[in-house]
Design a protein around this ligand. Sequence first.
Ligand SMILES: Nc1ncnc2c1ncn2[C@@H]1O[C@H](COP(=O)(O)OP(=O)(O)OP(=O)(O)O)[C@@H](O)[C@H]1O
Ligand SMILES: [Mg+2]
Length: 266
Amino acid sequence: MTAPDISDAGSRAETGSSVDAGSSTAAVSLVDVGKIYGKGTAAVTALRDVSVRIRRGTFTAVMGPSGSGKSTFLQCAAGLDRPTSGAVRLGGTDLSSMDETRLTELRRERVGFVFQAFNLMPSLNVWENITLPLRLAGRRADRRWVEEVVDRVGLAGRTKHRPAELSGGQQQRVAIARALVARPEVVFGDEPTGALDSVTAKEVLTLLRDTVDSMGQTVVMVTHDPIAASYADQVLFLADGRIVDTMAGAGADRIADRMTHLGAWA
Ligand SMILES: Nc1ncnc2c1ncn2[C@@H]1O[C@H](COP(=O)(O)OP(=O)(O)OP(=O)(O)O)[C@@H](O)[C@H]1O
Ligand SMILES: [Mg+2]
């Protein structure tokens, strides 16, 4: 077991420095998480002894070379997949003890997702797409709250439009609103700006940053892009399934430099 190497210790660098899953300030914590896909000679180890604690109200970027385990990390942290070993906690809840039904409920009520492909329902308008998770959970949409979220993501006036009538950035903002509307404890994004041009990506990143700063949202985002990662409070670097470094408050140049070195090892 290897503890994350905290080379940039600072007030915001405590992620990973202590595994204190019981702390009330942890939004998500992983303790000695391992993930092996497949069996026997086909087995692939995607995560090894990953321990990290992500504080509430922070923006975390997860970076690393292709195949380093970023998506696996996100899926295990979000309860979309189960680790082979170790424990994942969301708030105070241990996900490993939950059966599939409870895990599905947890994903619906306590977690939001934003993917590279916006995954909107083409036949539903913006308002219907945003409120779909609430309806699936059998919850009534609080109109004032939905309006506030729509406003915040800059889609007021577009709620009657279908996804095909919106730009890529607007579609991703619908997906972010959909993720926020259930007031999730954590919003997870896997390359949420991966399909966007740099100007539009910047808008989406600014919006994610704003949900952290003004709504106290916790955001965990996988990205390949050092500029995207520079919007985060802290960056976790994965290589070969392990957290090999964390950085707090780093600019894009420093992050890119770190990535170059990781790439050399991969
Ligand atoms: N369903 C699966 N079955 C078998 N192996 C898998 C599966 N999903 C991922 N892997 C393997 O696990 C490792 C980590 O994959 P993962 O998708 O987490 O990487 P990643 O860092 O997200 O990569 P990328 O940047 O290319 O998206 C890789 O070796 C991958 O081939
Ligand atoms: Mg991936």
